[in-house]
Write a protein that binds this ligand. Structure first.
Ligand code: GLN
Length: 575
């Protein structure tokens, strides 16, 4: 098998001839650097070694933020080495939240970090999985595009990976494309990506790409020492695959002294200034400043032969950090959901609270409440003392009735409430049962035979059989009712927000709701779908069919989160 032979190749990527002859048997005509003249965009690859969860996404986003703050146009792309076509069909327990882009791609949660740090949207081109790569290649094979050739991992899968790296670069929209390779170097499933990066670098020529390897420097308490050996081994493994990393970003709990930096540099063939310390931080939003201190941006620009342009403009970022770290008050907000054991399942919501809290100079203490455990009897005990309650998005029956109970409690007690997607649908069901007197009202998702389907399946969804990528996904326009609370919060009446759902508010019941005080204050202008409901006589009671948390960034905290936190502060008597 050719991919296995790769491991037997020489350990130094700088020596190209071995690869030339090998590559030419597949793809003759390509010479080292042969594409370099056409290259306007520079490419940075971020790999990970030693262990998973080192925070490649945050390092990528932080570096991108620094380069952006110097005036470069930067985007970040993530390759995920699993076989699902996208994470849309994954249970949140597997990889956390599924993040949705403007163009309706269901993606990895790291894309949320990219958007929150850069304040620029990503798209389906920013997240590619092995499943997608293989699907594209296999579809082309069925079309006969390979003209009778044997279709193989090398070159066909690696070519498809390279094509996906180039898509963003060739769009002309970016000066620098950062590609984060999911997984850890040494994983079987990462091999085609590493090989594609090796080939890609050879094709674009020196000075047009670089590899940043993120690694771990563990501290052995018994020895009282930081240990470099795992890093050495992981770099050695990369070298076996033909890649010499240019920069090592070392995750550590203790500062790296000069001696240890020199040691890492010597054994891993990099300059001492290319050994970058990434010390544990109290918030991910510190990381850009930590990387600035380590001069990661300067090292990257030098290696890519790019000018420094201006000094990084991080004034707003520092202002945000100041507000985040020195809040003047604190509120407790309950997050009612069914995946609360794994806070990554609600990543964007939690980050939105951080942005909105900083804006209000208020620390938002998010308290996770498992919806399954909420009953009419214990709702008071579980929710008392909270200054606001957010009912989370979700799918399926588990925990549904608990969410309804939480909403009844906060509606009746004038506690600020924010319902997102399923959370909004639960608010509609709760109101039907307890205010409109429609006993056994429900969503068709939970009870297909309910006598009052106040939430029904969207017409367009009824014929759909496949689960992946078939929901109402991505950005849709929404018109807000003039004079509504929602319009007040947004400060405008035309908005666009991102969606991910199959069920909708049933407009047959619209009049009953309006008459009883739960108003549809946001409606899709094209098909009249209700996108926001709000309660008139309540300090803050908003349900959104869309996901506002997907658009909150450090530079632009979301107005609904800002106002929800402000309402919770008012409830707590802190405003
Ligand atoms: N399960 C609901 C639907 O499909 C809500 C989805 C969600 O909360 N994202 O409509």
């Amino acid at each position: 098998m050719k991919i296995v032979q790769l491991q037997l190749l020489h350990p130094n990527s700088k020596i190209f001839p071995t690869f030339v002859s090998r590559t030419e048997t597949f793809d003759s005509g390509i010479k080292p650097g042969s594409n370099s003249k056409k290259i306007m965009t520079k490419y940075i690859f971020v790999t990970g070694g030693v262990t998973s969860s080192l925070g490649k996404g945050i390092i990528s986003a932080s570096l991108a933020r620094l380069l952006q703050s110097r005036g470069y146009r930067v985007t970040i792309q993530k390759f995920d080495p699993y076989i699902n076509i996208d994470p849309g069909t994954l249970n949140p327990y597997e990889h956390g939240e599924c993040y949705v882009t403007e163009d309706g791609a269901e993606t990895d949660l790291d894309l949320g970090h990219y958007e929150r740090f850069l304040n620029t949207p990503t798209s389906k081109a920013n997240n590619i999985t092995t499943g997608r790569i293989y699907q594209n290649v296999i579809n082309r094979e069925r079309e006969g595009a390979f003209l009778g050739k044997t279709v193989q991992v090398v070159p066909h899968i690696t070519d498809e990976i390279k094509r996906n790296i180039r898509i963003l670069g060739e769009s002309g929209d970016y000066d620098i494309v950062i590609t984060e390779l999911g997984g850890t170097v040494g994983d079987i499933e990462s091999l085609p990506y590493i090989e594609a990066v090796r080939q890609f670098r050879w094709e674009v020529g020196s000075g047009n790409s670089l590899v940043i390897h993120l690694t771990l420097i563990p501290f052995l308490a018994a020895a009282g020492e930081l240990k470099t050996k795992p890093t050495q081994h992981s770099v050695k493994m990369l070298l076996e695959y033909g890649i010499q990393p240019d920069i090592l970003v070392c995750r550590t709990e203790h500062h790296l002294n000069t001696e240890i930096r020199k040691k890492i540099a010597l054994f891993c063939n990099v300059n001492v200034n290319a050994v970058v310390e990434s010390i544990d931080a109290s918030t991910i939003y510190d990381v850009p400043l930590l990387m600035l201190k380590e001069q990661l941006d300067k090292t990257v620009l030098a290696k890519l032969k790019l000018p420094h342009k201006s000094e990084p403009d991080l004034e707003n970022w520092r202002d945000f950090l100041g507000r985040l770290k020195y809040p003047k008050s604190e509120v407790r907000i309950g997050l009612v959901g069914k995946y609360v054991e794994l806070p990554d399942a609600y990543k964007s919501i939690v980050e939105s609270f951080i942005h909105a809290g900083a804006k209000n100079e208020c620390k938002v203490r998010v308290e996770y409440i498992p919806s399954e455990q909420l009953t009419p009897e214990n709702a008071i005990d579980q929710l008392k003392g909270l200054h606001g309650v957010l009912v989370a998005p979700g799918f399926g029956e588990r925990g549904f009735e608990g969410k309804i109970e939480a909403i009844r409690y906060v509606r009746e007690n004038n506690i600020p409430f924010f319902g997102i997607c399923l959370g909004m649908q639960c608010a509609v069901v709760e109101f039907a049962r307890n205010v409109l007197g429609l006993k056994d009202a429900s969503s068709e998702e939970m009870n297909a035979n309910t006598p009052f389907p106040v939430i029904g399946m969207m017409e367009a969804q009824k014929k759909i059989v496949n689960k992946g990528g078939t929901m109402r996904l991505g950005a849709y326009a929404c018109d807000l009712k003039k004079g509504s609370k929602a319009a007040g919060y947004y400060g405008k009446t035309h908005i666009s927000e991102r969606h991910r759902h199959r069920y909708e508010f049933n407009n047959d019941y619209l009049k009953q709701y309006e008459n009883a005080g739960l108003t549809p204050s946001g409606v899709n202008p094209d098909n009249n779908l209700v996108e926001i409901v709000e309660l008139k006589n309540h300090p803050f009671f908003i349900g959104t069919q869309f996901h506002p948390e997907l658009k909150s960034t450090v530079a632009n905290p979301h107005p609904l989160f800002i106002n929800f936190v402000a309402a919770s502060m008012a409830y707590a008597g802190k405003r």
